[in-house]
Design a protein around this ligand. Structure first.
Ligand code: ITT
Length: 198
């Protein structure tokens, strides 16, 4: 069975393919299907944007479609960058610069006020048009410096609760076990399993 993952972010594709391993499905990204559709993320919540992305791609296929809208909320910055995480400081700004800017804006802020979380909204659209979502978080804090080469985006500055390493210092498997995306997708996985069963 085929599942289309409505994303242009190859790092998300890697994480999602790993989490869905073992299910009787094959995951295809927009790139693999040569879908060029760029969806305007006009929603005001992660959930709304995930649904927008999934719906936009479901017109190209009769398969199950999933989409992910996610981002980093930094409490001290009034939950910025939030749903604007990929657009923060401009779409073309590198994550090295984005991460340095967040660290700069938190300079001198004590550990207990550096709380942050990753949020992931996963939307799934069934071939019959039924749409479901799962929203999950990974709580943590913004470290004092960037560290790590794994993961992507804001991982180097994010230190999950209970760990002294950033999520960019974790293996893919380790991060998936505790991450916002891992948790949301494992709920969606159960929905897919049920659908495949009948
Ligand atoms: P698609 O919309 O095509 O899926 P995108 O990268 O534009 O790709 P989003 O609009 O959902 O996706 O932006 C999410 C951004 O939030 C992402 O680019 C990262 O900067 C950040 N982000 C989300 N999950 C993350 C994670 O697990 N680790 C690090 N950064 C993450």
């Amino acid at each position: 069975k085929k599942i289309v993952f409505a994303t242009g972010n190859e790092n998300k594709v890697k994480e999602v393919k790993k989490i869905l391993e073992g299910l009787d499905v094959e995951v295809f990204s927009k790139k693999e299907l040569d879908i060029k559709d760029e969806v305007e993320e006009t929603g005001t919540t992660f959930e709304e944007n995930a649904i927008l992305k999934a719906k936009a791609i479901s017109k190209y296929t009769d398969s199950i479609v999933i989409a992910d809208d996610s981002g980093l909320e930094v409490d001290y910055l009034n939950k910025e960058p939030g749903i604007y995480s990929s657009r923060y400081l401009g779409e073309d700004t590198s994550y090295e610069i984005k991460n340095q800017e967040i660290l700069r804006r938190l300079e001198g802020v004590p550990e207990e006020k550096r709380t942050a979380r990753f949020v992931c909204a996963m939307a799934i659209i069934m071939p019959n048009g039924e749409c479901l979502t799962a929203v999950e978080t990974m709580e943590g804090r913004i470290g004092l410096s960037a560290s790590g080469k794994n993961g992507f985006g804001y991982d180097p500055i994010f230190y999950p609760n209970g760990y002294n390493i950033s999520s960019a210092d974790m293996s893919l498997e380790e991060k998936n076990l505790i991450s916002h995306r891992g948790k949301a997708l494992r709920r969606i996985r159960e929905i897919i399993k049920e659908k495949l069963g009948d």
